[in-house]
Design a protein around this ligand. Structure first.
Ligand code: FAD
Ligand code: NAP
Length: 442
């Protein structure tokens, strides 16, 4: 164990993705208006700053306007805006010539990395936070202890008055594929680039690859395999009857405005889940329309040329998976006819989405103090009064705060709300400390 155990941070952020990076920016602004800075540290398990780095295929674009960057919606004059990034990199005029609101994700990754570099002294990379434990004194928890592990396997321990968990999604692996965890021929889309790098198609060898899923990740894998790997034949396998477009029309898009969070939060639970269900097709199991057009065009040109390289197999459920030395045999059931067919592939890419549950694992030692991991409007986890230290969530409140919660849309507003709430908490904690000290002496 390293670190001076007596040092107590005001805040430790778990993960330094866009959510906690936006918080670091908001805290810097708040420090100016409040006249003092919080002692904050952000811990990320990656060795350096990368935003979904293993999925950064060259053709992939941001799915949100660059104006919804880390800060502009709250403070358009901030030095951390995407526009200032372009200016600093001397690409602003060229970017304008592109005539787009949607930069490629490689560029957005570079923007986030550039912003994160400004907070290098507050960031620790290459450590995975394992758990968050209570430090109990006289039945109350004023401080939390974060245990993390670095790449060399060493454990580190740090104390803090509050925690903000922004650890993102966890790849969803369908049950039929869990047995293939260590088979390099089967991998989740979150490991797209490193997974592919181990396959013979990178040396131009012929391969048949199945892509499971009908969301944006599946579509991007299909396009990249088509464009970058001429020796690869792809079957895209989906349960839906068709690839469907993401609804990003302007009225619908208003659900991603920061104000909409109040509307969702103030609804009763039943109404909230109705709203989220109604707008599911803005984000999940859907694809940008221009990508759908590209995929359709590729399949149409195959028909013209009578050269059939790829398939989009709709209405298919994977019934069974058998691994042999020669490949992976997938038994697919047609959901309309019930007919089954077995196909052999050299690799399978699971573009099967993400779950939001890592906060539960991290907070398991605090479970006795928590109210089912739900949060108040300011994203503070509801807890018994004995838990004086505060815990905030970024990206785990979709059911209470709406569909924007897992996305980039509300980062500037959410970061400011959490930042302000942290200042309030710490003021309360400091105010109660003399009384507590007297209590413990008694
Ligand atoms: C491929 C892809 C593309 C996307 N594109 C868009 C888009 O264009 N627009 C949009 O609005 N949304 C998009 N999203 C949704 C995405 O959730 C958000 O863009 C954004 O990444 C959320 O930021 P975050 O910081 O909450 O989570 P993440 O970006 O997932 O960051 C979490 C960070 O926490 C770290 N971490 C995780 N666990 C630990 C731990 N135990 N200890 C230490 N560190 C840990 C991770 O290394 C990571 O850096 C995309 C999602 C994916 C998968
Ligand atoms: N360029 C970009 O900005 C970009 C790129 C990639 C992803 N993203 C974002 O990342 C988020 C996640 O997108 P995603 O495409 O990874 O996930 P997703 O939209 O959740 O889609 C997951 C897909 O996997 C399928 N699936 C899940 N479990 C399955 C199972 N057991 N068997 C068969 N199919 C299964 C789902 O099918 P059903 O519909 O049948 O359940 C769905 O088609 C979204 O917010 C998206 O916008 C953005």
């Amino acid at each position: 164990m390293s670190q001076n155990p007596e040092t107590i941070k005001d805040l430790i952020g778990v993960g330094f993705g866009p959510s906690n990076l936006a918080l670091a920016i908001a805290l810097e602004e708040l420090a100016q208006s409040k006249g003092h800075a919080l002692d904050a540290l952000f811990i990320d398990k990656q060795q350096d700053y990368r935003w979904h780095g293993d999925t950064l295929a060259t053709q992939s674009e941001l799915q949100i306007s660059f104006l919804k960057d880390l800060v502009s919606l709250r403070n358009p004059t901030s030095p951390y805006s995407f526009v200032n990034y372009l200016h600093q990199k001397q690409r602003l005029a060229d970017f304008i010539n592109l005539g787009t609101f949607y930069p490629c994700r490689l560029e957005y990754n570079d923007y986030l990395r550039w912003a994160a570099e400004h907070f290098a002294t507050q960031a620790v990379y290459g450590e995975e936070v394992l758990r968050i434990e209570p430090e109990v004194h006289s039945g109350r928890v004023e401080h939390l202890r974060l245990i993390s592990r670095d790449a060399q396997g060493r454990e580190h321990s740090r104390r803090t008055r509050s925690v903000v968990i922004g650890s993102g999604g966890t790849p969803k692996i369908p049950e039929k594929f869990t047995a293939f965890k260590n088979d390099p021929r089967v991998f989740h889309h979150s490991r797209y680039l490193s997974g592919l790098a181990k396959l013979p198609c990178t040396e131009g060898k012929p391969m048949r690859i199945a892509v499971i899923g009908s969301g944006q990740s599946a579509a991007e894998a299909f396009i990249d395999l088509n464009d970058s790997f001429p020796s690869v034949k792809v079957d895209m396998i989906l349960r839906a009857t068709a690839l469907k477009p993401a609804d990003d029309s302007p009225f619908v898009n208003e659900i991603f405005a920061p104000d909409f969070t109040d509307l969702v939060f103030n609804e009763p639970a039943e109404q909230r889940s109705k709203l989220i269900g109604e707008y599911h097709n803005t984000n999940y199991s859907v694809v940008d329309l221009d990508l759908i057009d590209r995929i359709y065009g590729i399949l149409y040109r195959q028909k013209v040329a009578h050269q059939f390289r790829h398939n989009v197999l709709c209405r298919r459920d994977v019934e069974a998976v058998v691994a042999t030395r020669d490949g992976l045999e997938l038994t697919l059931r047609d959901l309309a006819t019930g007919q089954q067919q077995t196909h052999r592939y050299d690799a399978v890419i699971l573009a099967t989405g993400y779950e939001r549950r890592s906060h539960r694992d991290l907070l398991a030692p605090l479970q006795g103090y928590l109210d089912d991991f739900s949060a108040d409007r300011n994203y503070r986890v509801l807890a018994s009064p004995d838990l004086q230290a505060s815990v905030y969530l970024q990206g785990f409140c979709e059911t209470t705060h709406g569909l924007s919660d897992t996305l980039l849309s509300v980062l500037p507003a959410r970061a400011a709300e959490i930042g302000q709430a942290l200042y309030n908490d710490l003021a309360r904690q400091h105010a109660s400390q003399p009384a507590l000290a007297a209590l413990s002496r008694a």
